[in-house]
Each structure stands twice: as structure tokens, then as C-alpha cells.
Ligand binder design. Sequence first.
Ligand SMILES: [Zn+2]
Length: 289
Amino acid sequence: MSEDAGLRLMHVHAHPDDESSKGAASTAMYVAQGVDVHVVTCTGGERGSVLNPNMDRPEVLENITEIRRAEMEAAREILGVTQDWLGFVDSGWPEGDPKPPLPEGCFGLVDVEVGAEPLVRLIRSFKPHVMTTYDENGGYPHPDHIMCHKISMEAFEAAADPTRYPDAGEPWQVLKLYYQHGFNRPKAVALHEAALELGIESVFGERLKEWKPDPAWDARVTTKVPCAEYFPVRDRALIAHATQIDPDGFFFQIPMDLQQRVWPTEDFELVKSFVESSLPEDDLFAGIR
Ligand SMILES: [Zn+2]
């Protein structure tokens, strides 16, 4: 048995594919160390658009829910995680100005206490030492990502409280809670500059023109987990979500060795902790091991 056997990590994500695009390399690393990693997926991704031109076919669109389930199964195998669905329905990305109202019954509209209940149940049965979710803006402002944040915060607090959700299992105190900070601007700048230095085309040029510096936001990162060795596993898991990921898309145009050299970490913000650990950290289990 590995020295890390017995440690448990829970990631709460909005859609199938988020577990592969956020924190997936550190997930694979922790799995390799013997940590049990459980992914909770709030919605089925029913309203996600098909983002891979090769998969944009009528028969794919007609069976999108089943296809996304099968994609998730493949990603789960690649990452070595277990997973549960909370069973809520994708809100879709509201397009238009003004934005249209969210579709009736979607995850973005659920009452937070109702949405948190199945998550409290999973926390109390899986008993994670560490949990991750999105920041208060959802990481990006998709209504399902914002709701994922809200129910995670509620469930993190409530799972430990014997007076809350008394029918949802024995209380469990998660020791640390993190926000995912995978897509940060300093990382984009570092990859952009390294690409230019090597004389290769940078995929970040246009993006960085729109993306204004926000040092206070960037300073919220407390924890950088070195996991470059597992970037290829992350990419395989991403590609398993074939309807959502274009293998010729911008992300895969950044050379792997450049990513591994320039930004070898996945980044997180510690927001709640019941253990002592000194910041900055390089391990989600600092203070727990
Ligand atoms: Zn998502």
C-alpha cells in the first residue's frame, strides 16, 4: 500500500468535461500516489454545444446525453477516478443581449438547499479530506458553474453539522476546501512569452488583449501543485470528451514540453481549512498527510 492510501479528494464540477479541463493532471498524480479521487458532476451536460467540428452531426446532437455519459466513462477510466452524477439538468449558456431567462427546471435555478442535499449525502458517504469547487464567479460565468460554487459552499458547511440534513448520513468535516484557478492570466502570459521567444505562434495573443491584468485576483492563488508529468494524461482525458473538445483546437497547439517547462503546476486557492499549513503550498494535502 502506498503511504497515501486512505487519503480522499473530492472534486465538484458542473459538467462532464470540467473534471478533465480543470485540475486533471493533479488528479491523475494523486491517483497515482494512491489517493482516492471522486468526481461529482452536477449536470448531465445536456445543453452543451458540440464544440468539435468532427462531431457536429445530427445523430450526435440527437443522442447528446448518452454520448456525453459514454465520454465521461472514458475520461473516468483515463484519470482513474470514481464519479457520481447529481442528476441536475444543464442550464445551457444564455446567449443574447439581454440574456434570455434560464430554461425551467435547470440547475441554475435550483434552490441552493435543495441542490446541496445530494452533495451533502455524497460528502458524508465518501468522507473526503479535501474538496475543490469553483470560485464565487464560477471560474467563468456559466450559470451552472456559479450554482456549483453555491451548492459546494453550502454542502461543505452543512455536511459537518449534525443539525443539517439529518437524513443524509453521519456528519463529516472536510478538512480543506479549495477553488480551482487553472485558467489564470499569469499562466497565459508566461506561455505566450515563451512561445514568442521560441519564434512559434502564440495562441494567447488575441485573448490577452481582452484579458485585463488583475493582480489582486492572481494573488488569490495559494497552492501550486507540480504535476507536469501528468499533463499528457490530462490531454487524453480531455480528448475523451470528443463532443466538447476539438483535438485541433487552440489548447492542443501549445507544445507539451513548453507547457511542462513554463508552467508545470495546477493552481488552487485555499479558502477554508481546519488544519495548519504554511502558504504558499505545493500540495492539496499539506497539513493532512
Ligand atoms: Zn462546465
